[in-house]
Ligand binder design. Sequence first.
Ligand SMILES: [Zn+2]
Length: 414
Amino acid sequence: MTRFILLLCSCLLSYLCYEKLQAQNVPVYIYFGSHNETTDIIYHGLDYNDATDYNIMRSYVKQVCDTIIAHDAQFEMMLESNFILGCLQHENAYTNPDDLIEWADNTPQIEVQPHNHFKPFGTNANPYNYADLCYLLDSCGLSSTSEVMGGFIWRNFTSPSVPQDWTQWQTPQPGFTFPDYSWQPTLLWGGGSPNHIDDYNAYGIWKPQAPTVAGFGTHNPLGSLVNFGTGCGEEFILWDTTNVVLLAYRILNFVDSVQVHFAGTPNAFFNMKIMLHFRSFPSADYAAKVGQLISLIQPYFCLGKMEWKSIMDTYQIWQTLHPNANDYFNSRCENTVTITNTPHYTGNIPVTIDGTNNACGNTNQIYSVPIIDGSTYVWTVTGGTITAGQGTSQITVQWDNGVVGTVNVVQMVP
Ligand SMILES: [Zn+2]
């Protein structure tokens, strides 16, 4: 038996050494967020009232969850009434301890939160408000009630006329469909606008003073609701059509810029999401793309520049760092840094090689890395011969006898 050792590519190793010298880190806390909508059916034809349709979406959601768990990332799954009702109905979630929603929320890497567009009457009515959603989530068996309001209208809009809908939640509010149940959030998340014409995209944590242009970003130490910034809106979404490599570049470039522009800034605090939408989930290889994205940005987690953290854990960190009620941080997206698609490693991205590090001499072994569309892979092997696959994401190596060998790969992205 001969022992072989796997090595990462040398460009990665020198890169790590270089980065380790940069001490002034402003951590960026990050998570995947998802929304489903009452309008999902328009995009993929799946009606969660229907058991077959619900189960199709359920399997996609499970794939995304499993991918995030496998990579030990963090996921905030924000659900509207239609999907929760589907789970209650088709998985008998009232009593079933293994329904998808309860299973997900019991998983350390996943938190389930409500996401709501309340429309009590008329066509396409959705007679469930946030309190109703929390009641339904409780009915699924969630062990603790959500403290996050996963989307709201932050000010009054005139065309179309849409009123702000968060100040009422400064005190507990009853459900519309379940009026005996009441709920109050701790955190506001995702200040939205009709058709996203003027979302309040910002980093940081503060207590909004009023539902106005001037007042929402003003910190009121005595306020009863906390706004949890969600970062820039459009740049960090993994749509079905998103180029995963470019999205990874944007994230890494953003984190770099945060270090450059905010190191030493008092209270600087960056909490951001990578947004997923259920409507994208049925597209080809969607869960695999989630996994690719996590792999591509992984080096910055090793370096401590980013951390996977749930919303509530991030809020806990903020509270520990800032026990003074006057402390806050609010940096609107447009005031932070430019977000670019610039290649991040001058064409090379470090990857982790999958394959055995113990092999018998004269045997063939397979080594692989995740496939990224359009990439080529340049493999270097010592102590053996590449017999197949050079240039692709997977090679076969015939090892020599009685030596310590190495496998290196450099992935060239388009
Ligand atoms: Zn929505």
